[in-house]
Design a protein around this ligand. Sequence first.
Ligand code: NBP
Length: 463
Amino acid sequence: MNNLAIIGLATMGKNLAKNFASKGKQVAVFNRTYLRTEELISEQVIGIIGYQELSECIKSLEIPRVVVVLVKAGEAVDHTIEQLLPLLSANDTIIEMGNSHFRDTLARQTLCKKNNIYLIGCGISGGEEGALYGPSLMPSGDKTAMSHILPLLELIAAKDFNGNPCVTNLGAEGSGHFVKMIHNGIEYAMMQGIAEVYDMMRFLGIEHEDQVEFFNTANSGSTTSYLLEITTKVLKRMEQGIPFIDQIVDVAGSKGTGKWTVQTALELDVAIPTISAALMARMMSSRAQALKPLVIDLEHEIESIHPTLFTQQFVTSTLHGIFVTSYLQGLEIILAANKQYDWNIDLKEVLRIWQGGCIIRSQVLTELNGIFDSPVALQNLYTDTLEEISSAVRVLASLSGDMPRPIVHASYDYVVALLSETLPTNFIQGLRDYFGAHGFELKDKPGSYTGGWYPGRPMTKME
Ligand code: NBP
């Protein structure tokens, strides 16, 4: 009997099947289009058995059955679950690993539960390589099903900095897919940070080899990270004597998880300017492309920058500051979700399972452990981050010439606002009350008040 099935054999499914097989599992595989199954069968991987019929694939499984679904997020997942349900029996488990919205996961869990089937929503990160050698896995759902499938996931997961599997039970409902969504939002921001530092180098006319060297050195110590590791590789690629990156059109694509992160943060009233700026930057790149005929020659007077300003220390600390603000904002959303949805996602576990296999793995994660438990540590982190990012803002200000730097500015505004003794929002409250009697609080009196702006309408305490 086969130990589990994998449905969907594109990039992720086929590599995950190989990962399970390499750990001694007998894996039944199925794909809607048989050609993909045939291609995988032709590789003759020991432990992988292909099926042309879904029913045969499911019939081949030991009981209770475990079926991993790795098809395109959205309708394809619903379609696959619909086809699976009549083939499964009570206590079987579907592990749905696509980039699904956490609300869709809850709806699918409810549907499956009606059929006495468990559905574990499981975020997966690490791309092709992660799926093959060890991804970071973010599962959530029914406790009984979780205890059954967790050992299976532990077998194939990446390892954290202490050698433990990068998988944990994140809790109820779609909290696993929620954490994966936040992971992707952070990923958007970290990548935008790297892109902006690269753009500064380009702007300043820094030689290509020096750009590589700056990034290569930045990928060490506290900023050691997968994204910086691949930054150097992407930057180094040459085609016909010029950096290949120069031949790529400057419009960033996205598949929606960054947008979901921002939408969710808005729903939960969490300010995430760094992550939002990264999303907006991608959207702006499409708009800018559409408006290319309007491009003007912006002046780039690079000689105005003092060459000693753009140092390795500057590059590393700017990246570090942006990475920290990106993670902190993502974690803030998880904290708010715990309250709003009555979840109990353990932030320490989230930071741990992101240490290996996933795209946002980095040494910075270790600095954030328990950060929201200690106001002093949090204040110190904000202060250090402010120093790092404000130096970036100063360097940028010393450049004459115009360039968009959304993430540097958003991150700076974020930390400086959090550390400021006063903000001008008292003024907003005054204006709101003037035109709409929305009320305000006073520094020296408890309660909310309104009025006092017009003759004959004294300030009154609001009920
Ligand atoms: P894709 O997201 O490219 O999806 C392709 C797979 O979906 C194929 O197996 C395809 O079958 C199947 N499929 C489609 Br399209 N419509 C279907 C339907 N109506 N019924 C059944 N199957 C259908 O694959 P992927 O890149 O391997 O990603 C799989 C999941 O993992 C996605 O949710 C993705 O967001 C997530 N993910 C991907 C990555 C990554 O780096 N690629 C990383 C993390 C998570 P076909 O062969 O018959 O067309």
